[in-house]
Design a protein around this ligand. Structure first.
Ligand code: PMP
Length: 391
């Protein structure tokens, strides 16, 4: 279900999906049943005595990943997943430096807040050994859509900002909090190449772009033709229950399996049973295919709205992870900060809930449940058109 109801029973079309989290729809009966049944049977044990609900999901998850990415560690959130991935890269390589992208978001604990390159989300953390590379931003970036040119900055950071060896590179395939920014084509393959030459690991943060959201692929990185060394995920994997995961190769996983690493709640049976149900629903209801079809339809429709309204500077994204950037001047790309708040309020009045993001907070984030329909898309665009026309 893609609707939310307020305390007066009024219905809203949820086009934000709890921040790209509710992928099967709110309160999906299969997911609810799986969580309730498992909670009745066994809510918690310990990683020392693995329940089959944990093993079954780990196995199903590993089957969704390419190559040698077969070892799964569970966490409670995206932040924890990325903290773990960064630590693994440091342990495995023996080096400390991490490279992330400007405008990227990776979490709110010490390491991940360092990797996050967005002053709105940094609260006086001590950032050691983190370098923020030029963002391959196709809307405002100096090299337009030439991903290979942006990748040179990563090589320069390695050459001039480190000892020549780094631990890892972390990036989202589509930056979510940063305003639905798709990395320029050619960027990831070029960066993965120079990162691996520096002896480091490539980490794909799939917290938002994973789990069928982008429609064309199950994972966002697949659209870039790369295979990461570590993949992190959360949000959509549990449809709203707190679960995250890190998947890596047996070789890299040894850095943790030979130590006493544990996470008390990470991957408790109730969460993994729910997550397994999510995976089954995505397959049974063909939600990835739906994200592709409805997402492409919605994107086209939004592009046609851009032709009509000057305030829409850019429409971007993939599948049901779409962004609409508002500007007061198309030439100067001046962020329409006040206008977006007004439009958002009016759309809420009309019964549509949207998210917003980007450094200036002037980008609508459209990340609904993946069961969103063409009729929902029509309703959303109709409400946006009406609201902007009245301004
Ligand atoms: N990575 C990405 C790409 C995210 O969007 C987020 C959350 N917005 C996180 C990591 C952190 O996840 P969490 O809020 O579950 O800790």
């Amino acid at each position: 279900m893609q609707y939310l109801y307020d305390e007066n029973g009024r219905r809203y079309l949820d086009a934000f999906g709890g921040i790209a989290t509710v992928c099967c729809g709110h309160c999906h009966p299969d997911v609810v049943e799986a969580i309730v049944n498992q909670t009745r049977r066994l809510q918690h044990s310990t990683v020392l005595y693995v329940h089959h609900a944990i093993a079954d999901f780990a196995e199903a998850l590993a089957a969704k990943l390419p190559g040698d990415l077969k070892v799964v560690f569970f966490t409670n959130s995206g932040t924890e997943a990325n903290e773990l991935a960064i630590m693994m890269a440091r342990l495995y390589t023996g080096f400390h430096d991490i490279i992330s992208l400007r405008n990227g978001y990776h979490g709110n604990a010490a390491g991940t807040m360092g990797a996050t390159a967005h002053s709105n989300f940094k609260f006086n953390v001590v950032q050691t050994g983190v370098h923020h590379a030029l963002n391959p931003d196709q809307y405002r970036g100096v090299f337009g859509s030439d991903g290979v040119k942006y990748a040179r900055d990563v090589q320069e950071i390695i050459d001039y900002g480190t000892c020549g060896r780094v631990a890892g590179f972390i990036a989202e395939a589509i930056q979510g909090v940063g305003g639905i920014m798709e990395l320029a084509p050619g960027y990831l393959p070029a960066v993965y190449n120079c990162i691996r030459k520096a002896g480091a690991l490539c980490i794909a943060d799939e917290v938002q772009s994973g789990f069928a959201r982008t429609g064309s692929h199950f994972w966002g990185f697949e659209a870039h033709d790369v295979v990461p060394d570590i993949v992190t995920m959360a949000k959509g994997i549990g449809n709203g229950i707190p679960i995250g995961a890190v998947v890596t190769t047996p070789e890299i996983a040894k850095v943790l399996t030979t130590r006493t690493y544990f996470n008390t709640f990470g991957g408790n049976p109730a969460c993994t049973a729910g997550a397994l149900a999510v995976l089954k629903v995505i397959e049974k209801e063909k939600l990835q295919e739906n994200a592709f079809v409805v997402g492409s339809y919605l994107k086209e429709y939004l592009i046609s709205l851009k032709e009509k309204h000057e305030i829409i500077g850019d429409v971007r994204g993939r599948g049901l992870m779409l962004g609409v950037e508002l500007v007061t001047d198309r030439q100067l790309k001046t962020p329409a900060k006040a206008e977006i708040l007004h439009i958002m309020d009016q759309m809420r009045e009309l019964g549509v809930l949207l998210g917003k993001g980007g450094f200036h907070g002037n980008v609508f984030r459209i990340t609904p449940p993946l069961c969103f329909t063409k009729e929902d898309a029509d309703f959303l665009v109709g409400a946006m058109d009406y609201t902007i026309s009245k301004m």
